[in-house]
Structures are given as structure tokens and as C-alpha cells.
Write a protein that binds this ligand. Structure first.
Ligand SMILES: [Zn+2]
Length: 150
């Protein structure tokens, strides 16, 4: 990467919003986060997850750990034809819901999809629009805690 380009990217990075999955949104809508994420797990954990039965933050811990350490390592975790929202959802699952911004999303998807990503629009504008308008996946803007200045 050219130096100038790298600088531009880091500038943009700071201004772009980051996203996480809002687990509370699932609960508020009476949807089980575990049953939504189960189909993204590997066959072994899909079976195990049925008997976990945990809710809320506990289920979240189990899901993020399981997918992060195991299921996301599968070669077909992010198939190339995956819709973008679904792909971002899986990226967040794989990274234990660590806030991610559109530049990082694009980088990661291009890493996964290589030349198949060339024909896809992964621009920050599109990503922000998709993520801001998705009730199903529970994406939420990540707001970093302000450090109190005293
Ligand atoms: Zn697994």
C-alpha cells in the first residue's frame, strides 16, 4: 500500500462509525440470540448449542467464544455469495462482537473473498446504509465511553 493511501485510510477510520451486535435488541423482540446464531455454527456446535439453553449475556459469551475459537475457522464460514449484512454479522460473531467500522469490514471481506470481492461494492457509504437499516441483525452504533475530564 502506498504511504499516502495509508494515511488517508487512517484519517477516514477515525471518523467512521463502528458497529456491534446489540444482544438486548434480540431479547426485547423476544428472539433467542442462540437460535439465530446456531445456524452459523459448525455441525458439532450446532448440536451442542441446543442443550446450552442460556439466555442474555451468558448465551452471548458462549456464542462469541464458540464461534470465535472454532466455527469461524471453517473454510465456508463466509461463503463468497453471502449478502453483506449476513457477512458483517458473521464477522462480528467471529471477533467476539468487537466494534468494527466500514473500512475494517471491507478489508476483512476482501481478505476472505479475494478476487470474488472485486466485483462487489463494499464502499463505506453502502456499508453504513446497510448496517443502519437492519432490524434483523441487531446492528448498533458503538459509542465509546467518554473519559471524564476532571
Ligand atoms: Zn464450532
Amino acid at each position: 500500500m502506498e504511504k499516502e493511501e495509508a494515511q488517508n485510510q487512517s484519517l477516514i477510520k477515525e471518523e467512521l462509525p463502528s458497529y456491534i451486535i446489540d444482544l438486548e435488541r434480540f431479547e426485547a423482540n423476544n428472539r433467542s440470540f442462540l437460535s439465530v446464531t446456531r445456524s452459523r455454527m459448525c455441525p458439532m456446535h450446532r448440536g451442542e448449542a441446543t442443550s446450552v439453553g442460556a439466555k442474555g449475556a451468558k448465551a452471548g459469551d458462549y456464542i462469541f467464544k464458540t464461534i470465535g475459537e472454532c466455527c469461524s475457522k471453517a473454510e465456508d464460514f463466509l461463503p463468497r455469495r453471502l449478502p453483506i449484512r449476513e457477512a458483517v454479522f458473521r464477522l462480528l460473531l467471529a471477533n467476539r462482537n468487537k466494534p468494527i467500522n466500514p473500512i475494517e469490514i471491507e478489508e476483512k471481506l476482501r481478505e476472505w473473498w479475494r478476487e470474488d470481492a472485486d466485483s462487489r461494492d463494499l464502499s463505506p457509504q453502502l456499508l453504513v446504509r446497510l448496517l443502519d437499516s437492519s432490524e434483523f441483525y441487531g446492528f448498533k452504533l458503538y459509542v465509546p465511553q467518554e473519559k471524564s475530564k476532571s
